[in-house]
Write a protein that binds this ligand. Structure first.
Ligand code: F6P
Length: 415
């Protein structure tokens, strides 16, 4: 590389997104980039010339290792939708003037399907105007819903956290007896894709039966049917544990969480804030069946749990960051790095690049034939797909018994 690189993080954070940032930084330096800039709060921050020189904050090999083990977005994130080029050229002129000022050769954006929309539009604008900056997407999302890649960095660690937490919840749920039983409902992220919720099945092993029911957003949810199933289970056992996706919907297309409360926050991409499914269902079951209920929203914990990160995931995230820089250095633009699985046993994966136009804004859902028991569980094929992605641990660097993270001074997040 002869000039500079700029990297940003966008969308929901994960336990692995900073490992991709570390991979971008290390590879850019190794390939001769003069400077590696980090956008603060993604492209939204860049529009306000909010960025930093990463070499000031990643100063040693230990810093790189700490960054790989630090959850959330080191640079801050955003959910910012660029306008269509024909709607507002000024935004693009402004952004490209900033890129020129910083002498940017490669623009790497670590994010999910909405963030790939940014790479798509910026690379299109570069072609339109004959600009020579290259734009590469680096996949990241716990939701695992990006097309054309076997899986996304961030998913493996979240799946490991979910499988583990589910097992701990099930273990706990059998300790006390309640007259009409205990129903525990665990709400899992993933929006309209059930990859994360399905990972609840990973808890099933010789020492654990796994959840009794798993409801994915790919299957229409029926409240009466749910109640009947829970009632039948309570006739046989004192504790019932159910995994539900935050994105389950009733036949009228409404999210189940919308039945419980007014969900009025909608982000720039039109996504409603999904939360409250478990508490709505727990209240409903308590009212209908008189059982003791508990609603557990894994919420932020499932994407920030780096103490339980998957080694495979963190290392792949790092590899994918490096592959993004390599692709830009070799002349690619308008592409996203993908992971291609070569084999399950031994597990092997390689990186490649795919046209971001075929990925942006799309949502890859769990295939129908991986959903079983009338839409209330996932198949062995699903479990076999996820299992290699959760393997190995990457212990945090512990200081005084608590993981140490690499971070920038808080003031830098504000302009
Ligand atoms: O897109 C990733 C994700 O974690 C989704 O699973 C979830 O619905 C959403 O982000 C939550 O976003 P926020 O933190 O903005 O509420």
């Amino acid at each position: 590389m002869k000039r500079n690189v700029i990297v940003g993080q966008s969308g929901g954070p994960t336990a692995a997104i900073n490992s991709s940032l570390a991979g971008v930084y290390r590879t850019a330096i190794d390939r001769g980039a003069k400077k590696v800039y980090g956008m603060i709060h993604g492209v939204q921050g860049l529009l306000n010339e909010h960025y930093l020189d990463l070499s000031k904050y990643i100063q040693s090999d230990l810093d790189v290792e700490l960054l790989k083990r630090t959850p959330a977005a080191f640079l801050g994130s955003c959910r910012y939708k660029l306008p269509e080029i024909h709607e507002n050229k000024e935004v693009y002129e402004k952004l490209f003037a900033i890129l020129d000022k910083l002498d940017i050769e490669a623009f790497i954006y670590i994010g999910g399907n909405d963030s790939m929309d940014t790479i798509k539009k910026l690379s299109d604008y570069a072609i339109l105007t004959g600009h020579n900056t290259r734009f590469i997407g680096c996949p990241k999302t716990i939701d695992n819903d990006l097309a054309l890649t076997d899986h996304t960095p961030g998913y493996g660690s979240a799946a490991k956290y979910i499988g583990t937490s589910m097992k701990e919840i099930i273990r706990d749920s059998f300790c006390l007896e309640y007259p009409k039983g205990l129903v525990t409902i665990v709400e899992i992220m993933g929006r309209n894709a059930g990859w994360l919720t399905g990972a609840a099945a990973l808890s099933k092993a010789e020492d654990c039966d796994g959840p009794d029911l798993i409801y994915l957003p790919e299957v229409t949810f029926n409240l009466d049917d749910f109640k009947d199933k829970v009632k039948k289970l309570l006739e046989k056992k004192s504790s019932v544990v159910v995994a539900v996706s935050e994105g389950i919907r009733s036949a009228d297309g409404k999210y189940v969480c919308e039945h419980g409360s007014n969900v009025d926050f909608v982000d720039a991409f039109g996504h409603k804030q999904l939360s409250g499914t478990a508490s709505f269902l727990a209240n409903y079951i308590a009212g209908e069946l008189g059982a003791k209920t508990r609603a557990i929203e894994l919420s932020t914990l499932q994407r920030a749990g780096s103490h339980l990160a998957s080694r495979v995931d963190i290392l792949e995230a790092y590899q994918v960051g490096g592959a993004a820089v390599k692709a830009a250095d070799e002349g690619d633009s308008g592409q996203m790095v993908v992971l291609q699985r070569i084999s399950d046993d031994p597990y092997q994966c390689q990186t490649a690049v795919k046209n971001v136009h075929k990925i942006a804004n799309d949502e890859k859902c769990v295939p129908k034939n991986w959903i079983c028991k009338n839409g209330t569980y996932v198949s062995d094929d699903f479990v076999n797909y996820v299992t290699p992605l959760i393997q190995g641990d990457l212990s945090p660097v512990m200081v005084d018994g608590i993981p140490r993270h690499l971070c920038i001074p808080k003031e830098l997040y504000k302009k």
